[in-house]
Design a protein around this ligand. Structure first.
Ligand code: FE
Length: 335
């Protein structure tokens, strides 16, 4: 009994003295983030507690915790989930001059309930010297019969693919999107399996000829301790496709402040830090993502892959069409 009382006292005191902290719910799964959180702790003395899980699980948790949620910040790897969190009333407007001045309007929520932290591109990886690099130019090209048995891509339950299909819907409507999804399934080299890196490796191993993946994975595979990854990327070339009536499909990883954040000011400080040039450079140089803050340049390896024009649709659309995309994948038989 005495032990319990003592433990209670200890816990109470720690919670009083841990006022300088922040609780982050994050879907990001990269080592760069750990480093950044540590940098923030050292700079500010604010302790960063992280709950890592898939965005769906985090959103569910935020909803069920309601007003009692300890969460201050929600970080996702996709605009679709940020949109969803906002729709469910789980976020609040962020009042930050720094963020509104440095992150372009297309890369943030219109009510400033979330801001992008990094930009990512879903592109094609083909075997070097295959001639495909000069041939396949658009997302629409993927369904041409000449690419039969060539495409490799992860499963449709992943948000990266759902957002890509949401972009197809936004450009061409639902009817075409279904035709497109069916056409891609028709041209797959194998049933969807594995993550993005797995598709890139499969191109190098000759299993198929067109991998669809986020480009930063290619950067992370270069010089990887895993020799098979480092060797695989030497054999592939990145193509930046465009939509016939738009640009290259981009998505964002971003952050919002939780509706009932107990440490709201710390939360804003934290997001501002992640958008600072110092943090943006780390995202760019260690995770090979595209920085979003004005004036911060991409990593030189990334720039060497080539340039692209961001797609013309609003990032918000990816969330708006998510449910439709999921339904269409199902109808198309995309596993
Ligand atoms: Fe990822």
């Amino acid at each position: 009994m005495l032990k319990r009382i003592l433990l209670g006292v200890v816990l109470l005191t720690t919670s009083i003295f841990a006022a300088s902290e922040i609780n982050v719910y994050s879907h990001r799964h990269y080592d760069t983030d750990k480093k950044l959180f540590k940098m923030f702790e050292e700079k500010t003395g604010i302790k960063v507690n992280v709950v890592k899980a898939d965005a769906n699980a985090l959103i569910k948790r935020l909803s069920s915790e309601g007003e009692n949620s300890p969460a201050d910040v929600l970080i996702t790897v996709d605009a679709g989930r940020l949109y969803q969190a906002k729709e469910k009333g789980l976020l609040q407007a962020i009042d930050s001059k720094y963020l509104t001045e440095n992150i372009p309007p297309l890369l943030r929520d219109k009510d400033n309930e979330w801001f992008a932290l990094t930009k990512r591109v879903r592109a094609f990886m083909v075997p070097k010297g295959s001639g495909l690099e000069d041939k396949i130019k658009t997302y629409e090209d993927l369904i041409k019969p000449e690419y039969k048995d060539m495409i490799m891509i992860r499963s449709s339950n992943h948000i990266y693919n759902q957002s890509m299909l949401a972009a197809v819907i936004s450009h061409h409507g639902e009817e075409y999107a279904l035709k497109w999804a069916k056409g891609v399934v028709e041209n797959m080299a194998r049933r969807p399996k594995g993550n993005d890196r797995y598709q890139v490796k499969a191109v190098a191993n000759g299993i198929g000829k067109i991998a669809i993946a986020n480009t930063y994975y290619v950067g992370k595979m270069i010089g990887n301790k895993d020799f098979s990854e480092a060797e695989a990327v030497k054999k592939v070339k990145i193509i930046f496709p465009v939509f016939e009536n738009g640009g290259t499909h981009i998505n964002v990883s971003g952050a919002g402040v939780a509706k009932y954040a107990p440490h709201k000011q710390n939360a804003i400080k934290f997001i501002e830090f992640l958008a600072s040039p110092e943090a943006q450079e780390l995202f760019a140089n260690e995770n090979f993502e595209y920085p979003v803050t004005k004036g911060v340049k991409s990593n030189s390896v990334v720039s060497a892959w080539g340039t692209f024009k961001d797609d013309t649709i609003s990032i918000n659309t990816l969330g708006e069409y998510n449910a439709k995309a999921v339904k269409i994948f199902d109808l198309a038989g995309w596993k």
